[in-house]
Design a protein around this ligand. Structure first.
Ligand SMILES: Cc1cc2nc3c(=O)[nH]c(=O)nc-3n(C[C@H](O)[C@H](O)[C@H](O)COP(=O)(O)OP(=O)(O)OC[C@H]3O[C@@H](n4cnc5c(N)ncnc54)[C@H](O)[C@@H]3O)c2cc1C
Length: 459
């Protein structure tokens, strides 16, 4: 008797997509599996390559584990193929039994703040994409501000602040692209101000990332004594939560430090709720106006009515990422995710208005549960989704052209310059060689055309 075979498409070759493929291949099942992984980018690894900061080589090293999964050779990759443009849901139904969307979240969440549209006001995601060499953002970044505001109290706010405040010489060992190094070298920045509405015991920073700021060469960490007048709730948080305890300890050490010698300063403003980005009179950012808040006794904060202003020439909002809708796939506009039950995509029945499963369609990673959590979390996510893919065997699609060759024929007939695993190896070797020539780990190739040509062996 011939066994059933699952031809599975996964859209998105970030950690969520790669873990999903790996988990399915390793799980107990009574059918064979053949997986094709599609990504709009010519190189895999999603935000591990294009989000994690270049001066975090340990986290970037997760790429090695993801690469081992791909190098086993039982998953095909088709890079430079965009779902919604190069391939559609109908195409997938024609060639596969099911699809998992693992398309992540790449845009900045919006922030409703007067002045947010001024010139010099940026989203953190755009800046991160620039300094991580994403092919689809401009090559230059306007680093003209001496004084900069960063809104947010999570790790992305710290990444942005650190890259802005760090001296470029200290980034040269990393994989930052040449255009990024050149841009940062010209930056006149002296002061980076980070704003959080709540107190030091309510931040979302992780201790390791926070501590790292205090180790930056020639950068003073500035914290204000007024922010450490803890109430009972804050004291209880320090006593009862190890992470908060360590964060408090790091901040207390900075309070005690002598400052004033460094050429750059990184200021942490707690209990500071941004109210407005102030126009300098020419349509550009001139200052940030904020209200001092105070603990409300229940773990939250209330405004005090005391308004302050700091002169800045640029503002970065690091208030979260947001998913993007995919053609033909349900989308929850409020949370920026694909509506789902444990990874089974849900659609609304037009007649009854009730949510029901959209057979053959699954989601995993940030597009499934929103842009929070670390790379490791996408693994448990994938397990949950894969469990349903396996159990839903009776409800998969029945494709007309399930052969592996038919997909290649489709892409080629459309003239799509896709990249594959061998292509990624070529690009990887090329980048490592560029790095070696300069005594660095790697130098990333940025322009998409160059990435594709190197991958396809056309140069
Ligand atoms: C700035 C930043 C720093 C971070 N630093 C850390 C850290 O230090 N440590 C840590 O553990 N976590 C970190 N994270 C979190 C980590 O990056 C995420 O948990 C993880 O990448 C989410 O995985 P994902 O696969 O769901 O999404 P992604 O990594 O975003 O992958 C999604 C993939 O889908 C592709 N895609 C999207 N749309 C389409 C389409 N239409 N067609 C084809 N392909 C498509 C994208 O190109 C991408 O490759 C950081 C995140 C950010 C934003």
């Amino acid at each position: 008797m011939t066994r059933n075979k699952l031809r599975l498409a996964i859209v998105g070759a970030g950690p969520a997509g790669i873990y999903a493929a790996d988990i399915l291949l390793k799980s107990e099942r009574n059918f064979d599996v053949s997986i094709d992984l599609f990504d709009q980018l010519p190189a895999p690894y999603g935000l591990v390559r294009y989000g994690v900061a270049p001066d975090h080589p340990r986290i970037k090293g997760i790429i090695t584990a993801l690469r081992e999964v791909l190098d086993r050779g039982d998953i095909r990759i088709f890079g430079n193929v965009r779902f919604g443009e190069d391939i559609t849901l109908d195409d997938l139904k024609h060639h596969y039994n099911a699809v998992i969307f693992a398309t992540g979240a790449v845009r900045d969440a919006s922030l409703n703040l007067p002045g947010i549209e001024l010139e010099g006001s940026y989203g953190a995601a755009e800046f991160v994409s620039w300094f991580d060499g994403h092919p689809d953002v401009p090559r230059t970044w306007p680093l003209e501000a001496k004084s900069v505001a960063v809104i947010g109290n999570g790790n992305v706010a710290l990444d942005v602040s650190r890259i802005l405040a760090k001296h470029v010489e200290d980034l040269m060992v990393t994989e930052i692209p040449a255009n990024v190094a050149a841009g940062l070298a010209e930056s006149p920045v002296t002061d980076v101000h980070v704003f959080g509405r709540r107190g030091p015991t309510s931040v979302k920073f992780t201790p390791l990332e926070l501590r790292e700021l205090g180790e930056l060469r020639d950068v003073d960490m500035i914290v204000s004594d007024e922010d450490f007048d803890y109430d009972d709730a804050a004291r209880a948080a320090v006593a009862g939560n190890k992470q908060v305890f360590v964060i408090d300890k790091v901040l207390q050490q900075w309070r005690a430090r002598e400052v004033g010698q460094a050429s750059r300063r990184l200021h942490l403003h707690f209990f500071a709720k941004p109210l407005e980005i102030v126009d300098d009179g020419t349509g550009r950012v001139g200052a940030i106006r904020y209200e001092r808040t105070a603990p409300d006794g229940e773990g939250g904060v209330v405004g005090t009515g005391e308004i302050r202003e700091i002169e800045v020439q640029a503002v970065y909002r690091a208030v979260g990422y947001f998913g993007s809708p995919l053609p033909g796939i349900p989308f929850d506009k409020r949370f920026g995710v694909i509506p789902n039950h444990e990874g089974q995509v849900l659609t609304r029945d037009k007649a009854t208005g009730e949510a029901r499963q959209m057979y053959g369609v699954y989601a995993t990673g940030w597009i499934k549960r929103g842009p929070v959590g670390l790379i490791g979390h996408t693994k448990s996510d994938a397990m949950e989704t894969i469990k349903h893919v396996i159990n839903d065997l009776g409800n998969w699609w029945t494709p007309e052209s399930p052969s592996e060759e038919s997909v290649v024929e489709m892409l080629e007939s459309r003239g799509i310059a896709y990249t594959d695993l061998d292509g990624w190896h070529r690009l990887d070797q090329h980048e490592l060689a560029l790095g070696e020539a300069e005594g660095r780990v790697r130098v990333k190739v940025v322009p998409r055309d160059d990435m594709v040509q190197i991958s396809r062996g056309e140069v």
